[in-house]
Design a protein. Structure first.
Length: 758
């Protein structure tokens, strides 16, 4: 499912229950036996019977809601002319109020009721009737509203069928159904029924409509100064016929549909592809040429007659990286960039905290090989878990990962040759003082639970460090990597997201672009440089600088004394005796844990112990808003010259729930905490200290009575490079280098410090 269809699916599922009643004179309870499945031959008759019993007694004081639900009941019983009339009355009644609402919200059922009414009254096939209804409504819409409407129309039928099935499964345990539940169920089933009927008809109608609205070139060829040919897709509105600013995405993936989305928002939409994609598929090289190539595309756009000379780059993940790679080249026509969870190669991928991850090998095979089988295997999690375990059990060098799979990958090996953030990585994106030379507005979007957050935050922090006055805006909240494509989730891995965070970040991005390029109003949510949702408060807060997020800090020491019954040690706000310590030992040769996988839920009742130590504070005596980056000092003695660590923080609620404050864990190689560019080995058997600042940001109101929980672990897992602690290149180490177990003493001078606002 594409990002557009994912977003549309979320909207249509919300639409299904949008008309549920709120007021009954005497709400009836009806007998109802849920069928086995949405495709059961008896299902249409059961829903028709349910609607038929509900229709005579349906009441609702709100006229808009009454007309909407009345039309649903009328459609469910098959009285489509009456339903069409009800929806026409509804449109007339709410025309002014509906102007600011998403156009697709009522349109789907308007079209369906109209088509079914025409079919019944004029005795013509449904396909012709639907085309008539489509022609009456869609061409009259603006480009943006038509794009939104057709996006809803293209929602996969399977999504609606699954929603019906879930509703039936939830109702099956009872023999009755409340009136409110019945209305919701009827809306849900109507959506499935409507899409099942018109799904085969939508594509040709949408294609014809696109040809009327847009000039499209699916096969643009752009030559670089090096003589390399790049492929691109261009879509521009036919009206108005005047030069427009362009939105550019430069990507390694096939995503041409976004060009039309950009055009629907009143820009020229250009999606250009990394060299090799669509042109010479056997020569795709991730990262290395994208800055130069993106500049070539920007320069080409600026020379076109349809361009007003201004280009903004839009990107998520990899295409977020290419926006920064292009900015490093400072093309004159580049006027703004907006990215979500932008990858920063060498920072968060294919290694994070200087620890390479197996996902880098997996991804490289996917993007650099044209074989469709590679695309299919990329999404086969079971296949990659098997490979991870096979390598882990073998004890071989990390460099042998590709050999074990039978597919050595030169790009993965090239990345392993650069374990430090050296010139190989530095040349790809702005580095150090280069950030101060960037003179263009930037909007960065990220999330507390986004895997790519360290990359996105690296760009923001580095630019602020080198240019405190840069026009760079950050928006961050309880989101993951998929928030732009799919939309914000109300419930995420067991965690209930605050309602105020459930905003359309995709729409917000266009509002910001309109502000920059079209002199539109600035989005109200972006009132300051840093805009962050404080989890647990249902509020957005704003700050001019990172230092303004908190007014003070809380320091918690790792106290080794008096371990609790669950094995957790104490997290104390008073430094324990200097000689007190917690001893940790990890058998680096042990492979009995090859099938281990980390916990993924954001809320859980217990913590899994795996090569880690847990520290728990006393209950907080008053609430504290934890906003920003935690930091700390590790005071320890170790018998190795290096070690890979991870730290995770939780709020332990009074009810016993552990709530993650960010995800995934903050991971880092100890020898790079002082400097990611140069490796500084540890001293074996010597009492030493390492200071660190997390690369993951969070914001949450910690409750009175809650406890802060810190989990410190050693990274020894099947999906990561294993650091055996020698002075060698870690990718050359093998299980033979780990015969002596890793032994650490965590002394009481170690602490975690969290920034707070009280």
């Amino acid at each position: 499912m594409t990002g557009r269809s994912m977003h549309a699916a979320a909207v249509i599922l919300a639409l299904c229950c949008a008309g549920a009643p709120r007021c009954w004179a005497a709400a009836p309870v009806l007998e109802f036996h849920a069928p086995a499945s949405a495709t059961d031959p008896k299902t249409p008759a059961l829903l028709r019977d349910l609607a038929g019993r509900l229709l005579p007694v349906y009441e609702e004081h709100d006229p808009d809601r009454y007309l909407a639900n009345l039309s649903a009941l009328q459609m469910a019983v098959g009285d489509y002319p009456a339903a069409d009339a009800s929806r026409r009355d509804l449109r007339q009644h709410v025309h002014a109020a509906d102007a600011a609402r998403p156009i697709g919200r009522p349109l789907i059922f308007d079209l369906y009721a109209k088509a079914k009414a025409v079919e019944a009254e004029q005795h013509i096939p449904f396909a012709r009737a639907f085309a008539t209804a489509y022609a009456e409504r869609i061409p009259a819409l603006s480009d943006l509203n038509a794009y939104s409407a057709t996006g809803l129309l293209e929602t996969p039928v399977s999504v609606l069928q699954q929603e019906v099935q879930q509703s039936f499964d939830q109702l099956r345990a009872n023999d009755t159904i409340s009136a409110d539940q019945a209305i919701n169920l009827i809306w849900t089933y109507l959506a499935y029924e409507a899409y099942r009927d018109f799904a085969p008809l939508v594509a040709p109608l949408d294609s014809e409509e696109d040809q009327r609205r847009y000039s499209t070139d699916q096969d643009v060829r752009i030559e670089t100064r090096e003589g390399v040919t790049l492929a691109a897709v261009m879509v521009r509105p036919k009206s108005p016929a005047k030069p427009l600013p362009a939105l550019l995405e430069f990507t390694i993936y096939e995503s041409p549909n976004l060009a039309k989305e950009y055009a629907a928002h009143g820009y020229v939409g250009v999606v250009a592809f990394t060299r090799g994609v669509r042109v010479a598929p056997d020569h795709v090289v991730p990262y290395q040429h994208d800055g130069d190539d993106a500049r070539a595309v920007i320069d080409w756009i600026a020379r076109q007659t349809w361009s007003d000379g201004r280009v903004a780059m839009v990107g998520d993940g990899y295409s977020g990286f290419t926006a920064w790679a292009a900015a490093k080249q400072a093309p004159p026509a580049l006027k703004a960039i907006t990215t979500a969870n932008a990858t920063a190669p060498g920072i968060d991928f294919p290694m994070e905290g200087n620890i390479p991850q197996n996902s880098g090998y997996r991804w490289s095979l996917y993007v650099t090989h044209p074989d469709p089988a590679d695309a299919l295997s990329f999404y086969d999690d079971a296949l990659w878990r098997t490979l991870n375990e096979k390598w882990y059990r073998s004890g071989k060098r990390y460099r042998d990962l590709g050999l074990i799979y039978g597919r050595p990958d030169p790009y993965f090996l090239r990345w392993l040759n650069h374990p430090s953030y050296d010139r190989f990585w530095q040349t790809m994106i702005p580095y150090a003082k280069e950030f101060a030379k960037l003179d263009l507005p930037v909007l960065t979007i990220s999330g507390y639970f986004a895997g790519s957050a360290p990359g996105a935050l690296y760009y923001f922090n580095e630019q602020m460090r080198h240019d405190p006055h840069a026009d760079h805006t950050l928006l961050i909240g309880p989101y993951d990597n998929g928030v732009i494509a799919r939309g914000a989730l109300g419930t995420m891995q067991g965690y209930s997201v605050d309602g105020t965070a459930l905003i359309d970040l995709r729409a917000l991005r266009y509002q910001w672009l309109d502000f920059i390029l079209k002199d539109a109003a600035k989005p109200a949510l972006l009132t300051d440089r840093i805009n962050f949702e404080v989890m647990g408060t249902n509020e957005w807060h704003h700050a001019a600088a990172l230092a303004d997020l908190a007014t003070s800090s809380l320091r918690f020491y790792l106290d080794g004394a008096n371990a609790a019954a669950d094995g957790a040690h104490r997290l104390s706000q008073h430094q324990p005796p200097k000689r007190a310590y917690v001893a940790q030992s990890v058998k680096l040769t042990d492979r009995s844990d090859a099938a281990w996988v980390p916990q993924t839920d954001l809320v859980s009742k217990s913590l899994a112990i795996h090569n880690n130590v847990i520290f728990t504070s006393d209950p907080l005596k008053k609430p504290a808003e934890f906003s920003g980056y935690f930091s700390g000092r590790l005071d320890f003695r170790v018998n190795k010259m290096d070690v890979d660590l991870n730290i995770t923080l939780f709020e332990l609620l009074p009810n016993g729930d552990y709530v993650r404050l960010f995800k995934p864990a903050y991971e880092f190689r100890a020898s790079y905490t002082r400097d990611r560019v140069h490796r500084h080995l540890l001293e074996t058997g010597v009492h030493q200290q390492v200071k660190f600042t997390s690369e993951r940001m969070t914001s949450r109101l910690l409750q009175t009575g809650s406890r802060l929980v810190v989990v410190i672990g050693v990274n020894k897992r099947p999906d990561r490079e294993i650091n055996y602690g020698t002075d060698q290149d870690v990718s050359e180490e093998s299980i033979a280098d780990g015969r002596i177990p890793l032994k650490i003493r965590w002394y009481g001078a170690s602490y975690i410090e969290i920034p707070v606002r009280r």
